[in-house]
Write a protein that binds this ligand. Structure first.
Ligand code: G6P
Length: 738
């Protein structure tokens, strides 16, 4: 309840209490005043009696009535005393004063051993008669003192009047105070609100949520807490996340919101093969995570048109509806020349940022020309967002290290946009990041986002540390925000995942069939055990390290020879870069070496398949395998690990997983290894191959449960919930600004 409402409530209550008090006290007050006046009169009478008792006895002894009269008249000078006289033992009135009422008689006097008081009515007036015994020579007479009581009535009415006046005064005082409070609170409320808005805008002060509670009106705090509560009630609910829930979430919390994605890699690549045009879905964790989300939500995906038939398949605005078989969203292709691609993609993104963020001990290279190209392409994508946006406040999902500058560029053009940037790779510690010559610009670009997401809290912490070191801003770790130039960015961990159930599992033959078919295709014996590794041919994936682990196992435990085959599927990627082409060469050479040393009679312990495999092929291989090895040297998440578990609806198979993947935080039932420790990985491989079925089942079941619950719809849903929260807060600020 707002403060001024509370004040009004208290005012009303106060007045009511005063009214009741007045009604309750009024009759009592009259009685109290009367009693008090009577005892006053009695006291006075007693004083008089004590004062003249001696004189009376003396005068009576002398039978000196005159003396008595003189004394009585002197006493009767007192205004309150009406009359004084002496009642003899025979009932005669002796020496009455001048104003003694004619109707008064000694019979009306109550006689007793001691003093007595009685009230009688004389000529319509209430009169109190005090009678005091005077003993003279065994004669008992009474001094009578008559008091006019009409002053008591006057006094009671006066007292009642005073009391009502006092109560009215108190009531008025309370009302006045409450009115002043209301005015002050209203003024303070508006001032605090305006100040808060200005401060948040200018960045001169902490955002609303972190300000001194006394500085912000409870009303605003309440609104904000409602926003928070709303968010939690959605996120903590046991929602079974699916495309339908995601759609429902969008409609309920972000009605009419327009969704735009910005990424380098496009979800569908059109390539020409002779006369035919083929559609390829790239091997990209980012694509496999976002594609199902886009299918669920609709919208526009802006990406680099990298296929050689891409230009032939778009309309005059470079747009195409996808997926090709069931169009549900729009792909807008951006064209990048080969020269720009060298600077933007190969150069700055993959020779600079990629090795910078992955601790795989490949030296990052920073070139001025690459940086220029990176800026230019970021500009181009930001401009495309503005072109594609139909509203001034779309939700823009900016993806990955290719677009660190785009959030700021989009923010400058569409200030009301909700920009959610997701960084799909790790964020290194500040020391490591410090070598980037344009670190300040990169951080500034990212802080144009409304929400900045990483896979793990660890990466968020690294980001805070980096911001703290290199940019003048305000970091609120409690609320996980960074405020730069008045703009607040939430920095949160959103562990990415895969769709559940995975589309690639649909229509897969039973596991036994997959095993048979894969063995046949690879020319493997029926009883041979299969371990697999599937990824892009990237030096961060630890492909050489796992081959060395296989080598180590076969060397230390030769009984596995002819019993174990390790199938490594590696999709060529970024081959133009020497760090990648060298890796391919090294991997081929190492596989040959291991096969030469441990193979015989057609048995090759390592099968290296260097080509792109479709998702269905990958899932088939997963289903055929006994073990999957994910030995990344450093990885934001690694979705291969999750896909392997998702492919195993038979709840069999063992995952050997690097501790340097984000996935290892979630899939703790895997055999977690340090891929730099060859012997440890080899031992884990041995353990995996010997693992009893029931243990495989328990571990696999737990991992599948985790992935089912924390699927990609939940990943997207959590970000969209936070986006809705942010939009609601912005609306409140706009309202407050009036
Ligand atoms: C990682 C990156 C993605 C990228 C993918 C494939 O997962 O985080 O952004 O799309 O690798 O790399 P590529 O260079 O082939 O797009």
């Amino acid at each position: 309840m707002p403060r001024y409402m509370a004040a009004l409530k208290y005012l009303g209550l106060g007045l009511l209490v005063i009214l009741l008090l007045g009604l309750a006290i009024a009759p009592f007050s009259k009685r109290v005043v009367e009693q008090w006046s009577r005892s006053d009169v009695e006291g006075r009478s007693r004083l008089v009696y004590n004062a003249i008792q001696g004189q009376i006895v003396g005068a009576m002894a002398d039978d000196n009535v005159v003396q008595l009269s003189v004394s009585f008249e002197a006493v009767a000078l007192d205004q309150r005393i009406l009359a004084v006289g002496l009642c003899s033992s025979q009932g005669q009135l002796i020496a009455p004063t001048r104003l003694m009422p004619a109707t008064f008689s000694c019979e009306k006097v109550a006689r007793s051993e001691g003093e007595s008081f009685s009230t009688i009515v004389i000529d319509g007036r209430r009169v109190m008669v005090g009678a005091f015994p005077i003993v003279d020579r065994a004669r008992k007479s009474y001094l009578v003192i008559l008091h006019d009581l009409s002053f008591v009535d006057v006094r009671s009415s006066e007292a009642q009047g005073f009391m009502i006046a006092a109560l009215v005064g108190v009531a008025l005082m309370i009302a006045g105070t409450a009115a002043i409070i209301v005015v002050m609170v209203l003024r303070g409320w508006m001032a605090a609100l305006r100040r808060a808005v200005d401060d948040v805008r200018s960045g001169a002060a902490p955002p609303l949520r972190q300000r001194d509670p006394s500085a912000i009106d409870l009303q605003i705090k309440k609104l904000l807490s409602e926003v928070e509560t709303g968010r939690h009630s959605i996120s903590s609910a046991q929602i079974d996340w699916s495309p339908a829930t995601l759609q429902q979430l969008l409609h309920s919390t972000l009605p009419d919101a327009e969704v735009l994605i910005v990424s380098n890699r496009e979800p569908y690549i059109h390539n020409r093969d002779g006369d035919r045009t083929e559609v390829q879905i790239p091997a990209s964790g980012l694509v496999s995570a976002l594609e199902p989300v886009m299918r669920a939500c609709g919208g526009t995906w802006i990406a680099h048109g990298s296929g050689n038939a891409d230009r032939d398949t778009v309309d005059s605005h470079d747009r195409i509806e996808v997926p090709p078989d069931h169009p549900s969203y729009r792909l807008r292709r951006i064209w990048i020349t080969d020269e720009e691609q060298d600077g933007f993609y190969y150069g700055f993104a993959n020779e600079g940022m990629w090795p910078l963020c992955h601790i795989a001990f490949v030296r990052p290279t920073f070139r001025e020309s690459d940086w220029k190209a990176y800026q230019r392409i970021n500009e181009r994508f930001a401009a495309a967002v503005v072109e594609e946006a139909k509203t001034d406040n779309p939700i823009v999902l900016v993806q990955d290290y290719h677009f660190a500058l785009a959030p700021r560029m989009i923010r400058d053009r569409l200030p009301k946009a909700t920009i959610i940037t997701f960084w799909h790779i790790p964020w290194p510690n500040a020391e490591t990041f410090s070598i980037c010559p344009w670190k300040e610009q990169i951080i500034d670009g990212l802080l144009g986002s409304t929400i900045l997401g990483f896979h793990t809290q660890f990466h968020c912490n690294n980001f805070f540390e980096t911001v703290d070191r290199f940019v003048e801003s305000r970091i609120d770790r409690e609320h996980a925000t960074v405020t730069l130039s008045g703009h607040e960015t939430m920095v949160r961990a959103y562990p990415i995942s895969i769709e559940w159930p995975p589309a690639a599992l649909d229509g897969q033959p039973p596991v036994e069939t997959c095993r048979r078919e894969v063995r046949e295709a690879l020319g493997l014996a029926a009883d041979v055990r299969i371990a697999v590794g599937i990824e892009r041919f990237d030096y961060t994936k630890g492909i050489l390290d796992r081959m060395k682990a296989v080598d180590d196992l076969l060397t230390r435990q030769p009984q596995w020879k002819r019993q174990l085959v390790f199938v490594q599927v590696a999709a060529p990627t970024r081959s133009k870069l020497s760090s990648y082409s060298t890796l391919q060469d090294d991997a081929v050479a190492l596989a040959d070496d291991i096969n030469r040393r441990h193979g015989s009679d057609g048995y090759k312990p390592i099968v290296l398949l260097i080509r792109h495999h479709s998702a269905r092929e990958v899932f088939k291989l997963f289903r055929a395998a006994d073990v999957c090895i994910v030995s990344s040297l450093h990885d934001g998440m690694n979705l291969v690990a999750k896909e392997f578990a998702a492919a195993r609806d038979d709840e069999r198979g063992v995952l050997v997983l690097s501790s340097f993947t984000g996935a290892s935080r979630e899939l703790s039932e895997a055999l977690i290894v340090n891929p730099y420790h060859v012997h440890e990985t080899a031992t884990a491989l041995d353990t995996a191959l010997r693992m009893p079925e029931h243990e495989q089942q328990e571990r696999m079941r737990a991992m599948r449960q985790q992935i089912r619950e924390w699927n990609v719809y939940r990943w997207a849903g959590r970000m969209l919930i936070d986006a809705a929260t942010s939009r609601r807060r912005q609306r409140i600020l706009d309202l407050a600004e009036g």
